[in-house]
Structures are given as C-alpha cells and as structure tokens.
Design a protein around this ligand. Structure first.
Ligand code: DAH
Length: 330
C-alpha cells in the first residue's frame, strides 16, 4: 500500500498516473487480487478484511483524483505559458486612440452645463408628431414645419429633426423647476458641405416660477458658455423666429478665422451663427399643462461647434472615419 501511495505521488504526467490507476484498479490489478483472496478466508475474517479493502479502495480513488487535478492544472499552466504575449515588446504599429472631435466637443459642452447644475435628459430617436412638432407650437400644415426636412415612418412616427422634443418629454415627466440639457442625434433629409442626414444637437431648457426667468438670465449663461467654448470672442443676439420660443434670437460669435474682419467662412460678415434660443412660448407650456411658469430654451449643433473649434472645412469628413483626419486629434 505505502509503495503505491508513493508511486501516485511521484507520477510525472497523466499518462503515468493512468498506468498506475490500471495497475491498482484494473481487472488484474492489485485490488482485484486482494479481493479474490477473500474467498480463502474464514467467515469471521471475511467481513473485517473486506471492510479494510474497501477503505483502501476509497483512499486510492481519492489520491488518484487529487493527483489528476494537480497534473491537469500543470498541463494547463504550461499551455497558458506557451500562449503568453510580451506586452512590453516594441511594436511599430503603436497607434494611440483619441476621442472623435464630435465626442470631444460634446464632452466639453456637457462639462460646462453640468458644472452649472443642469441635468442631462434623453429621449427617443424615433419620435411622434406630437413631441417633435405639435407640442412645440408647430401645428400640422404650419409653414415652419418646412424648415425641417423630416424622415417619416408610417402612422405619425418620424426620426426626430431636433432635440427639442426632449423639452416636452422632460416637462411631461417632471414638475417645475427644470434645468436640463439634452444631447443626442437628430435627422434631416439634407446632404452637402455643411449638412449630413444625421448630426448631433444639444438642447437646453430652464423653467421656474413665473417672472423668475428673464432673457437677461439666458444671455448671461449663453455668453459665458460661448466664452468657455471659443475663448475671447464678441457675441451678439440677433432677433429671429422659432415656433417654440417668443421672443427668439440667434446668437453669433465674431468670426474666429478672421477675427471679425470678414472672410470666406463667415461670408464676409465677420460673424458666425452658433445658437438658437429664446423664451419658452406660452403655447409650449400649455401643451404640457404647466401653469404660472416662465423659462428659456436653446439649441445648438455639435458638429458645427466641432468644425469651428477644429477648423474643419467639410462637415461630411467627420463621418467618414478616415484615419488621416482622426489621427490629427490624438
Ligand atoms: N430646434 C431648433 C433647430 O433644430 C434649435 C433651437 C432653437 C432649439 C431655439 C431651441 C430654441 O430650444 O430655443 O433648429
């Protein structure tokens, strides 16, 4: 018995262990021989010896199972060692990743508004007519719907043309006060140097008690934000029209390419339009059942910001995944 325990312990590999197992448990193995001897014993001795033999059998089983686990682990370890890769090895293809300029710009926008205590809200890309248009004071057949070249599905569903529907969804979900931005993809049937069918917007909405929110508040935060994004620029608020705000304005910054002197990018005007904004139209509050409140809203295009910040001439290049462009942002 001792002799076999030693043999098991010293087995070098699974093959050797299997030979030992057969020598012990096989038809002609040592256990079989011992059990055969039982016949020759007296009726008194038989049960005692048989019991002992069974214990030995169990013991051998355990020892072999344990040894097998050990050897199998050794085989696996050796296999893993073979496959090990040396991560410190020099590689000529050492391409570092970088954030896509649109993501990087979006991160900077979000960072500003989060620091100003705005929450982040999201909404579905497939919207319904009510949220994308109707509740935003854009009734059916209103001419202003033409401003947005919409992709339609069946049964009044559409790809949202702006992030403004998230204003509606947020107000439907939460009681005032509201202080949120909503970044996300939007879709329009448009494709040229400055338009792609999918692009990103950031919407902003702030609502509080009636009389507590003024256009001056809106001007303050947007001007501060634009300085955060573009540094030292002049800013002007130009009267404009959006169905969901009244009064409405478009915001321009002095051209960052020619410093306001007039160039091709700013069409010789010295100004670049970067934002739409205004005081939330009472009809919008009515659509969501808000009473006795006032608020401001704004919306901007993330790709437009990225193009201006990084001086990218063609919007479409942001979506081509061309490494020659992306490598410049490492
Ligand atoms: N939704 C507008 C667009 O896509 C952008 C916009 C303008 C959003 C003014 C606003 C706003 O919230 O007040 O062109």
């Amino acid at each position: 018995m001792e002799e076999w325990i030693k043999k098991i312990a010293e087995a070098l590999d699974l093959e050797e262990l299997e030979k030992i197992r057969i020598a012990i448990f096989g038809k002609k193995g040592i256990l079989a021989k011992e059990f055969a001897k039982l016949k020759t014993l007296s009726n008194e001795e038989k049960p005692k010896v048989a019991k002992e033999l069974n214990e030995v059998k169990i013991k051998f089983n355990e020892l072999i199972a344990k040894k097998r686990d050990e050897l199998e682990k050794k085989v696996l370890d050796e296999e893993l060692k073979k496959d090990e890769i040396d991560v410190s090895l020099f590689s000529p293809y050492n391409n570092k990743g970088a954030l896509h300029p649109v993501q990087d710009t979006l991160d900077r926008i979000i960072e500003y508004f989060v620091s100003m205590n705005f929450s982040i809200e999201t909404g579905p890309l497939v919207e319904d007519d009510f949220h994308n248009f109707e509740a935003l004071n854009l009734p059916k057949y209103h001419p202003a719907r033409d401003m947005q070249d919409t992709f339609y599905f069946k049964d009044e569903k559409l790809l949202r043309t702006h992030t403004s529907p998230v204003q509606i969804r947020t107000m439907q979900k939460h009681k005032p006060p509201i202080r949120m931005i909503s970044p996300g993809a939007v879709f329009r049937r448009d494709f040229d140097l400055t338009h792609t069918p999918m692009f990103h917007q950031v919407e902003g909405l702030l609502v509080d008690k009636k009389g507590e929110v003024s256009f001056a508040n809106l001007k303050y935060i947007l001007s501060d934000f634009l300085h955060h994004m573009f540094g030292e620029v002049d800013i002007r608020y130009r009267p404009s029209f959006f169905p969901f705000t009244e009064p409405s304005a478009e915001v321009d910054i002095s051209c960052i390419f020619c410093k306001g002197k007039g160039c091709r990018v700013c069409s010789q005007t010295g100004w670049l339009e970067v934002l739409g904004c205004g005081m939330v139209d009472p009809n919008v509050f009515e659509a969501v059942g808000y009473k006795e409140v006032s608020g401001y809203a704004f919306g901007l295009g993330v790709e437009r910001f990225a193009m201006l910040i990084h001086k990218i001439p063609d919007l479409r290049s942001l979506f081509e995944g061309d490494l020659r462009l992306l490598e410049q942002f490492r």
